[in-house]
Design a protein around this ligand. Sequence first.
Ligand code: FAD
Length: 293
Amino acid sequence: MANDTEGIEKISPSQVKDIEPFVECIGGLWVPCTGIIDYRSTTEKFAELLVAKQPESSIVLAEEVKDYIHGTEITEVITSKNNYFTKYMIFCGGLQADRLAKKDGVKLKEKVVGFRGDYYELTDEAKHKVKNLIYPVPNPDFPFLGVHFTRMTNGDIECGPNAVFTFKREGYKKTDFSFRDTADALSYKGTWNLLLNNTGFAYNEYRRAFSKRLFLQTLRHIIPSLTMDDIKPGRAGVRAMLLGQNGDTRDDFRIEYQGKSIHVLNAPSPAATACLAIGDAICEMAEQHFNLN
Ligand SMILES: Cc1cc2nc3c(=O)[nH]c(=O)nc-3n(C[C@H](O)[C@H](O)[C@H](O)COP(=O)(O)OP(=O)(O)OC[C@H]3O[C@@H](n4cnc5c(N)ncnc54)[C@H](O)[C@@H]3O)c2cc1C
């Protein structure tokens, strides 16, 4: 095996077979240092450390920010349960980022559109076929990472996701629908341009969303021995995609300031992995523009 860069090794087809008898490919990169974390526990730890460091801080959950009224010095934040007063605001609204920003006066040409990703899971009997994280060669034409196999921290194996336009921004089920979100997305020319520029891709992704057989076909590009009995439906996630009017997705992180607010407008994957670095960038922006020093 030839060492490419530290910790990453190129593997020839015969070596791939030695390591993983189920994966079929013409070559691969073995990255021994890659891994996965339990992100819920990670965020719980962040919360614990934050409050330990600054005991006057509190983390409030399950309260929707409805409105904010900027005064000369102080902004009043109106939520579904309380009113808060603050000098500065940092918005990380994910699927609602564009709406929160527009309400704050940010002139944003793009719109957030939701794309659901469905996963399957390997059954207990099939779990032995995946011992690590297995990724396909990325397709540079699409910002979505293709279907891949992920061994979770609890030993479950997730496979997916697909990428389908969702009729509700936070719609995690195939039939979820919101009139407001659908009207918002379909009245935006960027959505139509995206769908029209990628008709074949969109059509195939929809078919896969409703056909286990077609989903399996895609998974079998990587592990040909998988059968219908090896997979069962798993969970789903919705990606927030900032979409330009010409249908192009904004693939990079985008953070902007406006008056006394900072808005995270686009934080696509791997924003979760990069969250501490993104946090540093936001702190730097806040120090500079809010004159905090
Ligand atoms: C299926 C899937 C797999 C992914 N896998 C990976 C991965 O392996 N690695 C990786 O790095 N990234 C991954 N990502 C991407 C990652 O999840 C996102 O990049 C990241 O979560 C973006 O963070 P965010 O803070 O911008 O938005 P979010 O994490 O979506 O957080 C936004 C929060 O704001 C809240 N909110 C919105 N509006 C309001 C309001 N009005 N009032 C109060 N709260 C509000 C929402 O409820 C939500 O809790 C994946 C995403 C998906 C969908």
